[in-house]
Write a protein that binds this ligand. Structure first.
Ligand code: SAM
Length: 405
């Protein structure tokens, strides 16, 4: 791992960043401090969402966080039901329990955090933020760029990736993507809504990408390696215990998504149906291909890089402000192999301008539908590639010259 330096940025990137060589180190330090503070807030959000929803430490009815946020903000007082759950949680911290989430809190919460005053303060902060998003129309980019870092992830975020990889396969059937980096794989731990804590926390994306690459014939089973990087130690630690199986629920009804879901996992293990989903036993080889380490993609990169054929970052760039986005893109560009691809789902217009300045413009993009009905749900993907390689593809007539995202 290597901290990024001013000299690592090309002139166009330096101009877009708008700081001098002397101003660069303090900028990096301030970004690191801001990232750490946002990670602390994000972890405290997950703690509060766990306290409101979990059935593992109390028999009291679960509380929907958004409804609790409304009651708190509109009445100006922490609801009694939330206070009671906080007390039950603090008592449970002193008892041994098999629940992995509770065990994580017992292991990581310091003494000052095991107090009603701390939980109340974090409840108030988390609920104000959630109220802004849900009831004051605050779910735009400014909200994501200032809120705590969430580790939330859902299996459906891999569907757009599968489509992006199918596009790459169609463009170049001989393509091989064997060295893969996943930035911010996330962990389904204590989401803002719909916590299901009958199962341990799980990460889906590395395994779904592995399954897609193998089933599309884009990687050889013996050579494929999937490395994940994340700022959150809880996410990184989850990969040290290879998961024996994943529990996957199919929530959306689009017929193509259903077909994707039904086939999902066949290249990495064996599945058996469960109500509304499947339980997937991962093969030993599939679990062994996935590794993880701590890295902040805004301020750090692997240098020398293994030269990744594919880098994936979905629902990660949305959290970065303009400067953070530029630095993250520069690091991702530097870690790509010459003909490698970067796939993400951030459709902010700055991404195209910055990526073009950094020499890896978007080459394809698409939208996928997850649900039907009057308000269908969509996700998107953007594929980027270093432009030197684009020229090569044009010469091989695999890409038309006017092709542009
Ligand atoms: C919202 S989750 C997305 C998970 C998954 N990619 C998905 O689409 O479902 C964002 C993840 O990115 C990680 N993350 C945020 N900022 C990061 C950074 N600067 N470097 C590396 N990981 C980061 C978070 O810790 C979290 O695990």
């Amino acid at each position: 791992m290597w901290p990024v330096e001013f000299r690592d940025l090309n002139p166009a990137a330096r101009a877009m960043l708008g700081v001098s060589a002397e101003e660069f180190p303090p900028l990096v330090r301030s970004i690191e401090a801001r990232t750490a503070a946002r990670l602390r807030d994000g972890e405290a959000d997950h703690l509060i969402f766990y306290i409101l929803q979990s059935s593992r430490f109390t028999h009291r009815p679960r509380i929907e966080p958004a409804l609790s946020a409304r009651e708190y903000v509109e009445k100006g007082k922490i609801p009694a039901a939330a206070e009671t759950r906080m007390r039950d949680f603090l008592k449970a911290l002193d008892r041994p329990a098999a629940d992995e989430r509770l065990a994580w809190f017992r292991q990581t919460l310091a003494a000052p955090q095991r107090a009603p005053a701390y939980l109340r303060a974090q409840y108030a902060r988390a609920m104000r933020s959630l109220y802004g998003k849900e009831f004051e129309g605050g779910a735009g980019s400014a909200w994501y760029q200032t809120r705590g870092h969430s580790s939330d992830t859902r299996i459906e975020s891999s569907y757009a990736l599968w489509n992006a990889l199918a596009v790459l396969k169609a463009r170049d059937p001989a393509l091989r993507l064997q060295r893969v980096l996943i930035v911010g794989p996330g962990l389904d731990f204590a989401p803002r809504t719909d916590l299901i804590d009958a199962y341990p926390p799980q990460s889906y994306q590395p395994y779904a990408v592995e399954d897609a690459l193998l089933s599309l014939g884009l990687a050889d089973p013996a050579r494929l390696r999937i490395h994940c990087v994340d700022i959150n130690p809880r996410v990184v630690a989850s990969f040290t215990k290879s998961p024996a199986h994943l529990i996957l629920f199919r929530e959306w009804d689009d017929p193509d998504y259903r077909q994707y879901f039904d086939r999902l996992g066949s290249a990495i293990g064996s599945a058996r149906p469960i109500p509304n989903g499947k339980s997937l036993d991962l093969s030993r080889a599939a679990a062994a291909r996935v590794t993880a380490a701590k890295l902040n993609v805004i301020t750090e990169r692997y240098d020398p890089s293994p030269g990744y054929d594919l880098i994936v970052a979905t629902n990660v760039l949305v959290y970065f402000d303009r400067r953070e986005l530029l630095l993250a893109l520069a690091n991702i560009r530097a870690m790509l192999a010459p003909g490698g691809y970067f796939i993400h789902n951030e459709t902010r217009p700055e991404v195209e301008a910055m990526s073009s300045a950094l020499g890896f413009p978007p080459v394809q993009g698409g939208t996928v539908r997850l649900s039907t009905g009057p308000r269908p749900l969509f996700d998107s993907f953007v594929i980027q590639q270093p432009s030197v390689h684009l020229q090569e593809l044009r010469e091989r007539k695999l890409l038309r010259p006017q092709s542009r995202f």
